[in-house]
Write a protein that binds this ligand. Structure first.
Ligand code: TXA
Ligand code: MG
Length: 320
């Protein structure tokens, strides 16, 4: 089949410029990395990231890996310690993702990190992926470029088959040399822990930072939601599917007709738009999580499309 017709383009200079323009405008570009094809969005834009979740059809708003051009760009978003610097020196660019404490002045979308105080960062080692990130001149959030539940794509044709016209551009850089996702290492706790095995082995990581935390030992620490639940939870209790106010509550509203009587109201989307609601979710939850309120009351969100992922997050936050 003709590649152009399926949205596949060669990574020429002109196409890379266009891809960078699409990212900066809030669009979605699939691009090759050395591990798998990623579906890239401007990581500083809640709206772009919401669209990414929508297109993937993920049932959960899990935190995404943020792709940056190099160590200096990573250091603008997270706090590096000696272990992180050593791992970055040894494996970047390459198939290693580091989870580190988010800097207070980080510009990454809270939706991209699912509201967590940590960020997962990596510097991919693929000329096309790197050229795109450099041309976009901003951090790029990129999960694997497939619909949720399908295997990760290792060719541009896989991406076209899975996502097709939902993607604004697919940069065809040939097959991915590694074909397996990056290793995710959590450095936000006292001992490094592997959250997801991948392109760099445990032994290679231990050779740089010493003994890893055994998987069972990391109880009580933030973990990769792909394996064990790690999620942002507000300090205040959450009350879901709310129709009427109780004393002292703040309201997280959805839609044009929020009930009256709340101490404060933030509306996820007055127009009832689920992508807008997802984009606002974590920032608004954080803004309402203040001790002056008795609880955060949340209106019902429709259980469809992105609404399912939003409800999954809200239920887990309420149960924490
Ligand atoms: O090879 C790869 O890593 C590919 C290519 C495209 O770079 N990307 C990829 O991205 O697999 P994604 O977003 O699907 O991977 C997310 C993984 C999940 O296991 C997620 O839970 C973990 O990274 N993760 C992301 N942010 C995290 C955080 N703040 N804390 C813990 N785990 C995090
Ligand atoms: Mg995936």
């Amino acid at each position: 089949m003709d590649g152009e017709k399926r949205g596949l383009v060669a990574p020429t200079g002109a196409n890379l410029d266009e891809a960078a323009r699409i990212i900066r405008a809030g669009g979605l570009v699939a691009f090759p990395t050395e591990t798998v094809y990623g579906l890239g969005a401007d990581a500083t834009s809640d709206r772009a990231v919401a669209r990414l979740f929508e297109v993937k059809g993920r049932p959960r708003l899990n935190p995404l890996i943020i792709h940056v051009a190099g160590l200096a760009a990573a250091e603008r978003q997270v706090a590096f310690d000696a272990r992180a610097a050593a791992l970055a020196r040894a494996f970047w660019p390459g198939p290693l993702t580091l989870v580190l404490a988010r800097r207070a002045d980080s510009e990454i979308s809270l939706l991209a990190s699912a509201g967590l105080d940590t960020l997962a960062l990596r510097v991919p080692n693929h000329p096309v992926g790197r050229a795109l990130i450099e041309a976009a001149a901003r951090p790029v959030a990129a999960p694997s470029a497939n619909r949720s539940g399908e295997v990760s794509p290792t060719t541009a044709a896989h991406v076209a088959d899975s996502l097709g016209p939902a993607v604004d551009m697919i940069l065809d850089g040939g097959p991915c040399p590694i074909g397996l996702e990056s290793t995710v290492v959590d450095l936000s706790g006292p001992r490094p822990a592997i959250l997801r095995p991948g392109g760099v082995s445990d032994d290679e990581i231990e050779a740089v930072v010493g003994r890893l935390a055994p998987p069972a030992e990391d109880a009580g620490r933030p973990r990769s939601p792909g394996r064990l639940a790690s999620h942002y939870a507000p300090r205040l209790p959450l009350r879901l599917d709310v129709r009427a106010a109780r004393p002292g509550e703040a309201l997280l509203a959805f839609g044009p007709k929020p009930p009256a009587g709340f101490a404060e109201v933030s509306n996820l989307s007055p127009a009832g738009d689920l992508a807008q609601a997802a984009a606002n979710l974590f920032a608004m939850l954080r803004a309402l999580d203040r001790p002056e309120f008795a609880a955060i009351a949340v209106m019902a969100i429709p259980e469809a499309g992105l609404g399912r992922a939003i409800n999954d997050r809200l239920r887990r936050a309420a149960g924490a």
